[in-house]
Design a protein around this ligand. Sequence first.
Ligand code: PHE
Length: 464
Amino acid sequence: MAVQHRPSDSLWSNGPIFILAVTGAAAGLGNVWRFPYLVSANGGGAFFLLYLVCLAVIGVPLLAAEIMLGRRARGSVVRTYGHVAAQEGRWPIWRIAGWIGLLVCCLLLASYSVVGGWSIAYVFRAASGMFGDLDTLQAAEVFQQLVRDPERLLAWHTLFIAVTMMIVARGVRWGLEEAVRWFMPMLFGLLLLLTGYTAAASGHFSEALDALFLPDFDALSWRAVSLALGHAFYTLSVGMGVALTYGAYVDERVPVLRSAVLVAVADTVLAVLAGLAVLPVLYSSQLAPASGPALIFQSLPLAFGQMPNGTWFGTLFFLLLAFAAWTSAIALLEPPVAYLVEKRKLDRAHATSYVGVFVWLLGVVALLSFSVWAHVRPLGTIPGFRRTTLFDLFNVLAANILLPIGGLLLALFVGWRVSRRSLELDLGAGRGFRVWHFLLRYVTPVAVLIVLIDAAGFVRDLFF
Ligand code: PHE
């Protein structure tokens, strides 16, 4: 197999750092603003169990498939698909899966950078103590003022992407790995601190425990299945070549299947901790749990403002959010940079500046869609899409449509187009392998199809 030898500073120092890095890529805004809401609104422990099953049938198999591909070909996502397809005597057209991945990375990173910028902005707002004196409407107004001010958004977005670029430009060992070594313990430490705080100060901790773990099977619906599948897929950041690119820098001896399981466990622990940090704060202020930006930037600051020492802990919360966004943003920038380095033989600094500036421009388009381009509705002529701004479009296209397509291609490619024997050489032929291979061939593609059809349903909902 054509394994290139890379200088050691282009490899992760060890297996645990690699697992931590993939966990950092996986744990992002979705863990904080989506998971707690999904679980508490769809049957608590019953949904949680369902989610664990979904992680096992969709998330872990795809994650392992990506790491395996990356470790085998040791190239960028586009070349990896091309290389493995050639090895297996398949058509080079599979490279299209790599292209889709790169496109998703750029689109998602643009909107991630805008939201990451909001998080940094809110660190300062929360620290000023302003939320202690506001009511619901005023808190909403603070958020609106921020997003409608293109200059301020531009500054925060630029800061966020510039830091991300500085890290990625320094390479695997001195950039990505150093960032992971600092950011991940901080992320974990801040979550523990916030959970300890809500346990001690909110008076609603047990309610949050119930909301996350007490099973209510009556609240489970078919819709919950596709929600759980979709989140299990999104939360592990699979289907776009992030784990594949990280896998290209891993030592041969790191066990792929076990690493994928460990990442899923760590991501779930972080999501549960986020739930235990967020829900009690909301319950203490009688605010209904919501998801997305409204939860994070309107309800939560207000709720923190009403709690003892809320200024401190609210500030820490937004810091946590910024770190969570950064570890994912680094992972989103790496695949396109790795591609340019390989394709154009550029050094990392140049490749990072080209991709970074491109994504920065996309981000500018996204952030202007809250103010001067708020009236730009690219799909305005299509009923149901009348209100879709450019920012929404980036997200829907990347996360709801292209990402599941990338995941489906990945499952079909590794499950059906890579020979079992060569997979066994990569992964060992034990029982774990057999279970993984079975899931990847027969279960994962159906599960990803459900996610895609659900996205189509979402599109249909928008239409009618
Ligand atoms: N997994 C991230 C989250 O849960 C989202 C993400 C998807 C990040 C894809 C990077 C790549 O928020």
